[in-house]
Write a protein that binds this ligand. Structure first.
Ligand code: CP3
Length: 354
């Protein structure tokens, strides 16, 4: 039995005493103990592939803060790496691939990776983290969305322009669809394996969904998110496994996303939560959406902003609100500011729950 199930309950729109809170990238470079463990591991991917160290860093933010969920320490680019693209991280430049996807042949050659083979290190980390958590809080598993994975695979790394990937999408939509379909099948198997190994909720990160036109979003991102929602095992041992979709920059079409049948939507800070709530009409719970940059401001300002975000969601009633940042925490944030933030969510949210 979970000792703290606020997070799962809020995602399923069930009553809770306080608004649950966690942070995207909560185990990361803003924590000195993370930087220490990462040094011990060698590189970032070495850290992901070592289950003991991945478990250690997953637990680090929970030792400091009253977080209501843990998230698997890994990366979204594990799938393309397992497909043989040769992932590496070069300092200051982010992720890169040795063998990016350039043409139809490259797409044809891609196979859906067996999650218990090339990605077994992820499943081993999930099992070990569950053991270590000992039912203190639930564990979130995750994956990238097909569209977001495709952007990195075709561009060969991070991009601001999306020229190669959109070029392929506009010129050869059938090749892009083949790539996205292979990725969707891979994501389904990967997330189901994480659930089988112990993940109690799953989140799909569609970081680059918002760079698409509304029409292309439906065709090239949402369609595959739908495939994933339909393919995920939504219960395990009689417990429901909530599914959260997060397309960054997708505030205009949250209603379409809610129609997939997912349980919750992540929202970034460019959206007003009360408007987002109207758009989805409480069909799904919402997760978000404080601007990560607020954590550069004073404790007083952080606390005021927490109150603003809670008030914008309003009385929870038949809805569900999980507090989060609108995107990952930045590496230069002072860890003591994070304590102010997390405590403020719990201290000021009781009035929004009956
Ligand atoms: O949230 C968590 O605490 C769980 C861990 C997590 C990481 N990456 C750890 C990480 C999660 C959920 C991700 C997802 C991820 N990875 C996304 C989607 C979410 C998002 O942030 O938009 C994306 C686009 C990636 C790809 C990726 N991995 C990028 C762009 C980078 C940053 C590279 C850089 O140097 O800034 C990474 C590396 C990464 N993933 C780090 C962490 C803690 C930093 C690596 C380090 O320790 O040097």
């Amino acid at each position: 039995m979970l000792k703290n199930d606020r997070f799962l309950k809020a995602l399923l729109k069930q009553p809770v005493d306080k608004t649950p809170v966690w942070m995207m990238r909560q185990a990361g470079r803003y924590l000195p103990e993370y930087r220490e463990t990462r040094k011990k591991a060698g590189g970032f991917m070495d850290l992901c592939m070592n289950k003991e160290l991945a478990c250690e860093v997953t637990m680090q933010p929970l030792e400091r803060y009253e977080l209501d969920a843990a998230i698997l320490f890994s990366d979204i680019l594990t799938i393309p790496d397992a497909m043989g693209l040769g992932l590496y991280f070069s300092t200051g430049e982010g992720p890169k691939f040795n063998k990016p996807i350039q043409n139809a042949n490259d797409v044809e050659r891609l196979a859906v990776p067996d999650p218990y083979d090339k990605l077994a290190y992820v499943m081993d980390a999930v099992s070990l983290i569950r053991q270590e958590l000992n039912d203190r809080v639930p564990l979130i598993g995750f994956s990238g969305s097909p569209w977001t994975l495709a952007t990195y695979m075709v561009e060969g790394g991070s991009t601001k322009e999306f020229g190669k990937v959109k070029g392929m999408m506009y010129d050869s939509p059938e090749i892009m669809h083949k790539l996205l379909d292979t990725l969707a099948k891979s994501v389904i198997q990967y997330l189901n394996a994480q659930i089988e190994s112990g993940a109690q909720a799953v989140m799909v990160f569609d970081t680059w969904g918002g760079v698409l036109t509304p029409r292309d979003y439906k065709d090239f991102s949402l369609r595959y998110l739908q495939q994933i929602v339909d393919g995920i095992n939504r219960t395990k041992d009689g417990e429901q496994i909530p599914v959260v979709l997060f397309s960054k920059g997708a505030g205009q079409w949250l209603d379409l996303m809610a129609e997939t049948g997912c349980d919750a939507l992540g929202v970034d800070w460019t959206v007003d939560l009360s408007q987002a709530r109207k758009l989805v009409n409480d069909k799904v719970a919402l997760q978000g959406n404080m601007d990560p940059c607020i954590l550069y401001a004073s404790d007083e300002r952080v606390e005021a902003e927490v109150k603003n975000v809670l008030a914008s969601y309003g009385k929870v009633g038949n809805g569900g609100h999980v507090f989060n940042l609108g995107h990952g925490i930045h590496q230069h944030i002072d860890p003591s500011r994070v304590k102010t933030f997390i405590d403020a969510v719990h201290d000021h949210s009781t009035q929004y729950h009956n």
